[in-house]
Design a protein around this ligand. Structure first.
Ligand SMILES: C=C(OP(=O)(O)O)C(=O)O
Ligand SMILES: [Mg+2]
Length: 400
């Protein structure tokens, strides 16, 4: 079988916010792979650059001038070599010439092309024999940078622990629906909206949201006799002004914010707590993890930006017991796999995640299975979210 790259194509498509996204097709002799990159809104400061000067055309221009020719004839089986070459051609440490989103699309399209050539699903090609089915965790009430006038905390999340992925997705959807009913009751004769990730968003406080999500989860949990985990993604860096955490209705000092995160676990029983502090406060994260890490998953997203060096620092400091994984924060599949390996070897749980701006590409479903992540964070409804969730259902069918 010939695994030489014959040609590559790049095009602009649109993401769920109607913004341009880069899509790449890698063509081999008998197969091809196509992938596109998502886009964040509450991006971490240490992520790679999505597009040079924030302009997708500049990245595409760089691709035509420097990358396309180098990829021709490259052995696509050598994923690490290909990803290394992308770094070398880009020549910066944050993909600011090519753009991390274009690097992501090339890297994933290549892995898909090889999987297709081998006739195996991508999760098997990437994960070998160590794959497992994650449970979905989805945003049901949102705010922060994903909507206007929503909660200060960016995401209120649920993860129904059904027997199957299909059941779990369905119960998450039912909780989303139940919350819609509760909010409609609160805002009579007014429309309530959906944020970027299709979570409900309206003018309520974070405390209201906590009560609503607890009640809706309890309703579905007792009706269907299933366990439901609750969670939050504070995305705290996005409302930290350098001294205080600025909420809609109050401002908290660092110590108060730490106590608040702890109380979300202890008093409200939330299992999942992402980015409770700003992205420099590794020690503050450690304090939270040491107090409630035995019963809650404390996850670093903006803290780590899927960066192996930052994850190593978090491991040394015992900052978290979980790591969010987003390929376009670091720019290639190999770098992402390295982060997952480091985290997993040190007992940290990985959570593969969508971005707030998504395409209908479903590759994160395959990665969550390949990496053995216990959770995949990819919303509850909305076509671009369901693209991943529905792919998980198909994968589950193969694995049963
Ligand atoms: C998905 C998230 O948001 P964004 O894609 O905007 O970074 C997140 O913060 O976890
Ligand atoms: Mg986050």
């Amino acid at each position: 079988m010939n695994f030489e790259i014959k040609d590559t194509k790049i095009r602009k498509i649109f993401d769920s916010r109607g913004n341009f996204s880069a899509e790449v097709t890698v063509i081999l002799e008998n197969a091809s792979g196509t992938a596109s990159a998502p886009a964040g809104a509450s991006t971490g400061k240490t992520e790679v650059i999505a597009y040079p000067d924030n302009n997708i055309d500049n990245g595409i221009d760089f691709f035509y001038r420097h990358v396309k020719k180098a990829l021709k004839g490259f052995n696509s089986i050598n994923q690490e070599g290909l990803d290394r070459m992308l770094h070398e051609i880009d020549g910066t440490d944050n993909f600011s010439n090519l753009g991390g989103n274009i690097a992501t699309a090339i890297s994933i399209a290549n892995a898909k092309a090889v999987s297709n050539a081998l006739g195996i699903p991508m999760y098997r090609y990437v994960g070998g024999i160590n794959y497992s089915m994650p449970r979905p965790i989805g945003n049901v009430i949102g705010g922060g940078k994903h909507s206007k006038n929503g909660t200060t905390i960016q995401e209120f999340l649920v993860s129904a622990q059904g027997k199957t992925v299909l059941d779990s997705i369905y119960y998450n959807i039912l909780i989303h629906r139940r919350i819609g009913e509760i909010l409609s009751g609160m805002f009579k004769n007014q429309s309530i909206g959906l944020g970027d990730e299709k979570a409900w968003t309206c003018d309520i406080s974070d405390e209201d949201a906590i009560e609503i999500i607890k009640n809706a989860s309890k309703d579905i949990s007792s009706e269907y006799k299933i366990k439901v985990l609750n969670g939050v993604d504070f995305a705290a860096d996005s409302f930290y002004d350098g001294n205080y955490y600025i909420y809609k209705n109050r401002k908290l000092t660092r110590d108060q914010q730490i106590d608040y995160a702890i109380s979300i676990s202890r008093d409200h029983g939330f299992y999942y707590i992402e980015d409770p502090l700003n992205d420099q406060d590794f020690d503050g994260f450690s304090e939270i993890t040491s107090k409630v890490g035995d019963k809650s998953l404390i996850v670093g997203d903006d803290l780590y930006t899927t960066n192996p060096e930052r994850i190593k620092k978090g491991i040394e400091k015992r900052s978290t017991n979980g790591v969010l994984i987003k390929v376009n924060q670091i720019g290639t599949l190999s770098d992402t796999a390295r982060s997952v390996r480091i985290a997993t070897e040190h007992g940290l749980k990985t959570v593969v995640s969508h971005r707030s701006g998504e395409t209908t590409d479903d590759f994160i479903a395959h990665l969550a299975v390949a990496f053995g992540s216990p959770l995949i964070k990819t919303g509850t409804i909305g076509g671009e979210r369901l693209a991943k969730l529905n792919e998980l259902i198909r994968i589950e069918e193969e694995l049963i």
